[in-house]
Design a protein around this ligand. Sequence first.
Ligand SMILES: Cc1cc2nc3c(=O)[nH]c(=O)nc-3n(C[C@H](O)[C@H](O)[C@H](O)COP(=O)(O)OP(=O)(O)OC[C@H]3O[C@@H](n4cnc5c(N)ncnc54)[C@H](O)[C@@H]3O)c2cc1C
Length: 292
Amino acid sequence: MKAPPLSYVRAATLSEAFQLWRDAGPDARLLAGGQSLLATLAFRLSDPGTLVDIVRLHELRGISQVGGTTIRVGALATHAELGRHDLIRRHLPLIAEAVPLIAHAAVRNRGTIGGSLAFADPAAELPACCVALDAMIVARNAADERRIPAAQFFTGLYATALRPYELIAAVEFPIAKPGERTAVLELARRSGDYAMAGVAAKTRLAGATLIEPQLVFFGVGDRPVVAERAMATISGQQALPATIAAAQAALAADLDPPADRHGSGRTKRHFARVLLARALARLAGLDEARAA
Ligand SMILES: Cc1cc2nc3c(=O)[nH]c(=O)nc-3n(C[C@H](O)[C@H](O)[C@H](O)COP(=O)(O)OP(=O)(O)OC[C@H]3O[C@@H](n4cnc5c(N)ncnc54)[C@H](O)[C@@H]3O)c2cc1C
């Protein structure tokens, strides 16, 4: 199929982008890497009338450390940039580990973190990682800026807390604390495919004890799913076989995966249980194959 008829405008500055967006109306879409938007246009899943290209906006670029506690990532940082940036590799290893799981090199070279979060595909890796890492989404309109915790940003299937004429300017991540461990695992049919199911996990370890563990699943709901009951089961425990089994049992109440082209809800629950065991084993430095 071909895209519907479109107008295209390119903004040179952030304030011009907001002006062009207002002029084009609320249905107009921002164009970042185009890796999701152009596909939805080609399939005629959206008909925005106008594309406002934001890819040249320097205000939305850059990856930097802010003080001693935060890494700020501009919305236009591509997946590839995230994967190779020294600050990300040193302070946000979960993000660096997630990048190779996203699509293929060609998509990673153009796709952006802002686009991935705004598109809010429930099977995408970065939204779940942002929730697991307690990231803040920095949203901007023409006049103001506000910060939305990632856990509140995803409001449904391909839906976010962004308001009309509001864009993602940046994402702010707390720097990983000493003793923090993270892991992201997924099951996909082929390398580069969207996940059939996945999990982004984080914990601190005191000896072998899991402190404040976070388990955020993707591909098993309409948005990233925080596995509250499974987390409560393992918090303050060691990742022993009995604890892992108890967490797997608790997970049943955390997830209600809809059937999709990858399988039934029951199959997806099974995937999630397997991933939970592997993630806990990896966090605790145990043999993953035996844990699952
Ligand atoms: C073959 C293929 C395989 C893929 N596999 C995966 C995968 O395994 N995992 C995965 O996570 N993704 C995957 N993707 C999607 C890819 O990661 C996209 O790059 C990403 O989802 C969207 O980023 P983008 O910059 O390309 O956004 P665009 O396609 O330009 O935009 C997507 C949407 O976000 C909006 N938007 C963009 N930037 C902003 C902003 N700053 N503020 C507000 N709204 C904004 C746009 O208006 C549009 O509605 C795949 C894509 C392809 C083509």
